[in-house]
Design a protein around this ligand. Structure first.
Ligand code: CTP
Ligand code: MG
Length: 231
């Protein structure tokens, strides 16, 4: 089932504490966002890739796209102040299509199987997001004291990709913008329209490169994948 992917890549990576956009940091000599692009370049069901980028980084990113022979990038949108603005700019720029996937450029370890299940679910029901059950015990803390232990059985950590019918996510993104609503993911924008969002179980490897320790885990994931390929 074909889809278009929108990749927000216009952040600054403050929590990574690097001196540049964390997506440009390298793992084994290749910038993080190139790993993400390659996943979609190699997925036969991916028809088009759109990137939200900062204006002053666009030239550099375009150069990398050329150098690594990524052929599916069909366009760029100007990143906004918040991630949600960057995603909306992309959604408004892409040609109408069936299913759109929104995926953080900072999650390079997503696999094709999860993507395929998300796209199928979105085509059927309109909206589906990737997530994994929480592993730890979760407690609510107020003023340094535990006020509640939350029942873990119902808790999921939500990731991207998040897949939607194009018309639904465009409408939801524009409605949120008009209402001044800021969500932390795209699902929230659809949820507030009382639209059901399905969960697709993803993998714990699909981490978002956020803090310096994620670089260590990221390298380990790549190493184990290389070892698997050599078997
Ligand atoms: N992003 C974006 N536009 C923004 C902010 C974020 O396109 N205004 C992108 C990032 O480049 C990243 C994804 O959204 O691929 C997820 O955001 P996050 O992990 O928070 O990245 P940053 O905002 O760059 O990091 P930080 O919050 O630590 O500054
Ligand atoms: Mg951020």
């Amino acid at each position: 089932m074909n889809y278009t992917v929108v990749l927000p890549a216009a952040g600054s990576g403050k929590r990574m504490k690097a001196d540049k956009n964390k997506l440009l940091l390298e793992l084994f000599g290749k910038p993080i966002f190139l790993y993400t692009l390659e996943v979609f370049e190699r997925d036969p069901n991916c028809e088009a890739i759109w990137l939200a980028v900062k204006e002053h980084e666009r030239e550099l990113i375009e150069e990398y796209v050329k150098r690594y022979d990524i052929t599916k990038v069909k366009g760029y949108a100007a990143g906004g102040t918040e991630r949600q603005d960057s995603v909306r700019a992309c959604l408004e720029a892409i040609p109408p299509c069936g299913v759109v996937l929104v995926h953080d450029a900072a999650r390079p370890f997503i696999d094709h199987e999860v993507i395929a299940r998300l796209v199928e679910a979105a085509q059927e029901s309109g909206a589906a997001v990737a997530g994994v059950p929480v592993k730890d015990t979760i407690k609510k803390v107020e003023n340094g004291v535990i006020s509640e232990t939350v029942d873990r059985n119902q808790l999921w950590m939500i990731q991207t990709p998040q897949a939607f019918r194009y018309s639904l996510i465009l409408k939801a993104a524009q409605a949120a913008h008009n209402d001044g609503f800021m969500g932390t993911d795209e699902a929230m924008l659809v949820e507030r329209m009382d639209y059901p969002v399905a969960i697709i179980e993803s993998t714990y490897e699909n981490i978002k490169m956020t803090t310096p320790d994620d670089l260590i885990y990221g390298r380990a994931i790549l190493e184990s994948r290389i070892q698997e390929e050599q078997k």
